[in-house]
Design a protein around this ligand. Structure first.
Ligand code: BG6
Length: 303
């Protein structure tokens, strides 16, 4: 495993003493550990995947399953998976990996930099033979994450080829909640959505979202921030975004949780996904040489 051999070299090249180090993470996978004045956090090279963010004075914000796999070729269950170049199952290609191929791939570290009291970690992945097996495109994808009193996630896709591209993308964030039955997602009142639990039937959101059964929805044409109210943890998490036109809200509830081998049977109570995306009709078209940036900005407030 080339990755595992290089923690020390990566740390020597990119580490910032007392602030950021590259260390061995779960399953022997390398991760960047941040301890800045404003936050602690973690990001794996595997999938360019953020698994922890704890702003100073708050508890951990992200959910990671106790049953997650931590291995090359497998997706981490929780944190912020990066989905690209398609979301969920690929249309017309049942063998293609769900949510694309970058979440199970080893990314490379580009830089770690202090930005005031915050720290920005950039990782990238590029097209190669393994990606071309699934998708013929030439691309470079950067995930730039700033760990501070806000968590700022930026996905930057460059079309490095000679033909135009069309792709879907998601920052598939899993949030920890105290008790899902009491949590509410606000800010999508009146928005149309596709209900994936009913063959994508189109519906309209009435008021706040309460989770009372399996929930798997693609909210359409969304630009505004949403808020996750979590009375059990006495906090509110605000998710703002740029250049994202769809928001996915997902909770597997009881049965689906039991059917997922990398997820605890009762963990549906402790999490919700609010995903910043461009999916379905909002897939992005990008001409050769052009760049597209999608951003999520996460903040925590008391209730
Ligand atoms: C959500 C999808 O984003 O991810 C759900 O809307 C899916 O349909 C869920 O079940 C988890 O996907 P996966 O591939 O990580 O099990």
């Amino acid at each position: 495993m080339e990755e595992a051999a290089t923690f020390t070299e990566l740390d020597r090249e990119f580490g910032i003493p007392g602030i950021a180090s590259v260390v061995e993470g779960n399953g022997g996978l390398p991760k960047v550990r941040i301890t800045s004045p404003r936050a602690v956090g973690e990001m794996y090279l595997h999938g360019g995947h953020v698994t922890s963010w704890k702003p100073t004075g708050a508890d951990e914000v992200l959910f990671v399953s106790s049953q997650s796999r931590w291995a090359e070729g497998q997706a981490i269950r929780g944190g912020v998976p990066v989905c690209f170049p398609w979301f969920a199952n690929r249309e017309g290609d049942p063998k293609a990996p769900a949510h694309g191929f970058v979440r199970t791939k080893a990314w490379q570290l580009e830089s770690i930099a202090q930005a005031g009291d915050a720290v920005t970690v950039s990782m990238f992945t590029e097209s190669d033979e393994s990606t071309k097996k699934w998708w013929p495109a030439d691309f470079r994808l950067v995930h730039r994450t700033t760990f501070g009193s806000e968590l700022n996630l930026e996905l930057v896709l460059t079309n490095t080829g000679t033909t135009s591209l069309r792709f879907e993308e998601a920052l598939h964030a899993y949030y920890r909640v105290g008790q899902i039955e009491k949590a509410r997602v606000c800010g999508l009142d009146g928005v149309h959505y596709l209900d994936k639990t009913e063959q994508n039937r189109e519906k309209t959101q009435q008021g706040e979202i309460a989770i009372t059964s399996e929930t798997d929805r693609v909210y359409l044409n969304t630009g505004n921030a949403v808020e996750l109210e979590d009375p059990a943890f006495h906090r509110r998490i605000r998710v703002a975004k740029e250049n994202s036109r769809a928001t996915v809200v997902w909770n597997p509830w009881v049965q689906k949780a039991q059917s997922m081998p990398d997820f605890g049977d009762d963990e549906w109570r402790q999490m919700i996904c609010i995903e910043t995306t461009n999916v379905a009709d909002f897939a992005v078209s990008l001409e050769p040489g052009r760049q597209h940036t999608m951003k999520a900005v996460i903040r925590v407030a008391g209730l």
